[in-house]
Design a protein around this ligand. Structure first.
Ligand code: FE2
Ligand code: FE2
Length: 135
């Protein structure tokens, strides 16, 4: 299991995608350990960016649908992360162990903190809203 249960929001698609994100990190860690070529590292980062964009968009759609009161600050967090990731990709066009280490430290930590804080709050809001809808 690549994602500890304490990070679960209870929203099925959200937990699924968070797990997928963590699996990507496992893959990148493996790529680093196996000293894979630059191409596979670049591919992994590009895929991560694509997946993160897709995931953020979906969360933001739900914020809109369910009138999430903290949507502005949550969207701001997403935007900031995308910027960080973009900068990272510009700085590390080539595979290097330092690049992977930096990614693991900064980005993995950011995502986990974000899930544990903002996403769990959003998850509770979605669950409550869907419960009301089903009553
Ligand atoms: Fe998320
Ligand atoms: Fe989020």
């Amino acid at each position: 299991m690549s994602l500890d249960q304490k990070y679960f929001t209870g929203v099925v698609w959200q937990d699924f995608q968070h797990k997928e994100l963590m699996d990507l990190f496992v893959k990148m860690r493996k790529a680093r350990a196996d000293k894979q070529d630059k191409e596979s590292f670049r591919f992994a980062i590009a895929f991560l960016s694509m997946y993160v964009n897709h995931h953020f968009k979906l969360e933001e759609e739900y914020m809109d649908i369910y009138y999430y009161p903290e949507k502005e600050s949550h969207k701001k967090e997403h935007k900031g992360f995308i910027k960080t990731l973009k900068e990272f990709r510009l700085e590390h066009k080539d595979y290097s162990e330092e690049a992977i280490d930096e990614l693991m430290k900064k980005i993995n930590k950011w995502i986990l903190n974000h899930i544990f804080g903002d996403d769990k709050k959003l998850g509770s809001h979605i669950l409550a809203a869907e419960k009301t809808n089903n009553e």
